[in-house]
Design a protein around this ligand. Structure first.
Ligand code: G6P
Length: 367
């Protein structure tokens, strides 16, 4: 097993470091000579033009990918997107648009609820696409179209590289939908693809700075509650950051759309409560920071994550974390990395079983 961990203490850390490659390989599988080619996925331009609606259905972190992707698809490709938890979708009467594309997202391709949701959509005659990591899995076999993420085998229960590869796949879909449906120019198309291709090296850069998170994690390993706040894409990142922390460190954590804090959660803020803000979207920066400051004035300790250059954040938060810039649509890919590292280091600091957290399974094949 030590050999399989390639010198890392845990599979999770190994897989965190495999993210530049997982993203690169997934992007390279569809980007050819600066253009996106979905021949292998099996989706044609006519089909892309014809969809009236997208449903994204998944569980756990794969659902978080859907939560981030909806902002990108709606903003870039101007198509209506609805994201549903598979376990809810399958037991709910929804009026489904028959001209929709349903995208199911799954690392294992075996999650029972996601598979059931896929079957339900197929019964209703809806076109289905799987974004899936395991070749030949049930979901891969049954979906009409398959977009494989090339993350390689993932051992750690807490997903990292599969999540990142799923995001990359979603971005490719968004850019191609936008282009084929006439929502972006040829120039914008080239720009977005070039931006996508910079993500792997930027993830690498964040990983090189990981000791800073290790230090911070040791300080907060005994926290009893942590709150993650953000808006838009940053909110989707918070959902994933919060799940990473709670699943491997057993610290109670919640992700909140920053504007919702004052509708209840702010009553939980006490002296020293850790509030982590994700602030990668320029237009939403001031709004989120002001929500964070409301927490600070009630005693919260603030960690703020933003892009290099926004150094004024040092005047407002207690601990600042910077990530490189990429086009704002794709920022989730970078912002999630420090939060994965934080969850990892807190778990290690507490001496927990990082790769096999209690009560959790890698793949949930029962209801
Ligand atoms: C489990 C795993 C999660 C994963 C979820 C969905 O809960 O622990 O990491 O996100 O299942 O799994 P899937 O294989 O469908 O992506």
């Amino acid at each position: 097993e030590a050999a399989e961990k390639a010198g890392f203490e845990h599979f999770m850390m190994k897989e965190i470091h495999e993210q530049p490659k997982a993203v690169q390989d997934t992007l390279n599988s569809v980007i050819k000579d600066g253009r996106i080619d979905f021949e292998a996925v099996g989706i044609t331009e006519d089909e892309i033009k014809g969809f009236e609606q997208i449903y994204i259905v998944a569980c756990g972190s794969a659902w978080h990918v859907g939560m981030a992707a909806q902002y990108v698809l709606e903003d870039m490709a101007d198509i209506s997107v609805r994201v549903e938890l598979a376990s809810e979708f399958r037991y709910r009467k929804m009026s489904l648009n028959p001209k929709a594309l349903m995208i199911v997202v799954s690392q294992s391709g075996e999650t029972a609820d996601t598979l059931a949701a896929l079957r339900l959509a197929k019964e209703k005659g809806i076109t289905t696409m799987a974004i899936v990591n395991v070749v030949g899995s049930s979901i891969a076999r049954e979906a009409d179209k398959v977009f494989y993420t090339l993350a390689g085998p993932e051992i750690s229960v807490a997903t990292t590289k599969a999540y990142s590869a799923q995001l990359a796949a979603m971005y490719c879909l968004a850019v191609q939908f936008a282009k084929v449906r006439g929502k972006i120019t040829e120039e914008q198309y080239g720009y977005y693809i070039a931006e996508l291709l910079t993500i792997p090296e930027k993830i690498q850069k964040i990983l090189e700075d990981k000791e800073r998170l290790q230090w911070f994690a040791a300080k907060y390993a005994n926290a009893s509650d942590v709150f993650f706040v953000g808006r838009g894409i940053d909110y989707a990142v918070c959902l994933e950051g919060s799940l990473k922390l709670k699943e491997i460190s057993y610290i109670h954590s919640e992700a909140y759309a920053a504007g919702e804090l004052k509708h209840g959660t702010i009553s939980l803020i006490e002296q020293g409560t850790l509030v982590i803000g994700v602030l990668t979207q320029n237009e939403l920066y001031e709004k989120t920071i002001s929500n964070m400051l409301e927490c600070k004035s009630r005693g919260a300790y603030l960690m703020g994550m933003t892009t290099y250059g926004n150094y004024e954040i040092e005047d407002q938060v207690n601990f600042a974390v910077y990530v490189p810039k990429v086009d704002e649509h794709f920022m989730a890919s970078l912002a999630v990395i420090p939060l994965q590292l934080l969850g990892y280091y807190v778990s290690v600091a507490k001496g927990l079983d990082v790769d096999k957290p209690r009560n959790l399974a890698k793949s949930v094949t029962v209801e």
